[in-house]
Ligand binder design. Structure first.
Ligand SMILES: Cc1ncc(COP(=O)(O)O)c(C=O)c1O
Length: 454
């Protein structure tokens, strides 16, 4: 730990306008913006003005190579031409919100199904949180049970039944490796044993929990590649194990593919790891920056919506503007599939190797982990071979050091999130030369900050 930690907000000539705009925002917007994640106390002031391709511009006119890409949705980069054209055509020729079934909504569902065949029937929603809230009700209605199992470090949006304190201090986590999920915010009712949180990648503990509670478990929800405590892939056999045990107990296996869908591969984690869940939620990447999500399952399960007692609605669910954007993104991903995913994998791999080389040269303990186009650089306090669950990240990672390093990178024109729990999200707009440029700036940032840490 460095003695003169610099994790406080720095106002420099580079961000005076952003700083001023944030001060003004705070007079009308609680905290300065509409998501707490965008106005964390340790973030350097950055008010965005525009984005194009792999680049973001701020209110002071600075340009950044953007490795955050709006937390994942911008898989085709900022302002992709195909999305602009589709949305413009939709709003100028047909309308944004028609209030009736439209053909475009069916086409988008059909295209999602070609990549996610397990979503035989689906419904659209406006955010991951919303779609997951419905998916949980779907599992409860179909099974006639209440209890939900989730995993430490996993985030499934902020709805009542699954918003757990996913970044809880280690001291709050149960020694047994499972316990009642801790509510993620004030104002929630206690989750009690209705939601049990289990250590990630720990199949033995999961089995024990199912032996205790399995007959009352409606659903087991997870990010099949954990992305909300940094990228932590499932260990060999973990997803298969969950599949087998949930089948044994008649509980729904629910894959939250909000991050992994269309990103770890065209058909998400279920295609990559060959494990088919009962219920799937997709969002982020297929909307290309427009607010959309979908949840889906087999015809048999979704029948509780079609003919049964489960209500799902939403004035804006599946509205025509986001459907137009989604169709454009899906068309691009489907037609260019092989080339796009080989590019995404290559660029992400190249980024991770480059980051690792920089840290190696500077003898900074670290680890990079990535699957498809979602990547994490973890700065650790000592050399570690791998980080396999949330507790590992909490135990081994140096958060202050990372923030210090991120601030230096931001000041040199590369943006990634200052919290190392947040992954990096390369897009098709990132070329190898963008990554080279980013790495040069990152190396400079690392030299100016990390060498002073011990
Ligand atoms: C894995 C995962 N699930 C769900 C959500 C919630 O999605 P939204 O913010 O669109 O409500 C997120 C958001 O980052 C996420 O990463």
């Amino acid at each position: 730990m460095r003695s003169n930690s610099t994790t406080s907000i720095t106002t420099t000539a580079r961000n005076t306008q952003s700083q001023k705009l944030l001060e003004r925002a705070k007079k009308s917007l609680a905290g300065g913006d509409s998501s707490t994640m965008r106005v964390l106390p340790y973030q350097l002031p950055l008010v965005a003005s525009s984005g194009k391709g792999s680049r973001l511009r701020d209110a002071d006119g600075n340009e950044y190579i953007d490795l955050n890409m709006a937390y994942g949705p911008l898989i085709l980069g900022h302002r992709p031409q195909c999305v602009i054209e589709a949305v413009t055509k939709q709003i100028s020729e047909s309308g944004s919100q028609l209030g009736f079934p439209t053909e475009i909504t069916t086409r988008v569902a059909e295209k999602i199904k070609t990549l996610f065949p397990s979503m035989e029937l689906m419904r659209f929603a406006n955010s991951g949180t919303e779609a997951i809230a419905s998916a949980i009700r779907l599992a409860r209605t179909f099974t006639g049970r209440n209890r939900i199992i989730l995993f430490e470090g996993n985030y499934h949006g902020w709805s009542e039944s699954v918003f757990q304190k996913y970044h809880a201090p280690l001291t709050e986590l149960p020694a047994e490796g499972f316990g009642p999920a801790i509510p993620g915010t004030s104002g929630m009712l206690p989750l009690g044993l209705d939601a049990i949180s289990v250590r990630w990648n720990d199949l033995a503990t999961f089995q024990k929990v199912m032996e205790l509670y399995g007959d009352t478990v409606a659903g087991v929800i997870l990010e099949p590649v954990m992305g909300n405590a940094g990228v932590i892939p499932p260990q060999q056999g973990f997803l298969n194990g969950l599949r087998e045990v949930t089948l044994d107990y008649g509980s729904m296996l629910i894959f939250d593919e909000v991050i992994t869908g269309f990103r770890v591969g065209p058909g998400g984690a279920q295609e990559k790891y060959l494990v088919t869940p009962d219920i799937t939620i997709v969002s982020k990447a297929f909307g290309g920056g427009y607010p959309v999500a979908a949840f889906g399952a087999s015809r048999e399960i979704m029948d509780v919506i079609v003919n049964g007692p489960l209500f799902h609605g939403g004035v804006y669910s599946g509205n025509a503007v986001v459907m137009a954007a989604a169709e454009a993104v899906l068309d691009e991903l489907l037609t260019g599939q092989a080339a796009i995913y080989s590019h995404l994998n290559r660029v992400t791999d190249y980024l991770c190797r480059g980051l690792s080389d920089i840290m190696d040269r500077m003898q900074v303990p670290h680890i990079t982990q990535h699957i498809g186009a979602v990547a994490s650089l973890f700065l650790t306090t000592s050399e570690v071979e791998s980080l396999n669950d949330y507790r590992d990240v909490r135990t081994h990672c140096d958060f202050e050091k990372y923030i210090d390093f991120q601030q230096a990178a931001q000041q040199r024109g590369v943006f990634f999130h200052p919290n190392q729990f947040e992954p990096m999200f390369p897009s098709t707009a990132h070329s190898v030369s963008d990554v080279d440029e980013a790495l040069d700036r990152i190396e400079d940032a690392a030299r100016c900050t990390l060498q002073t840490w011990q």
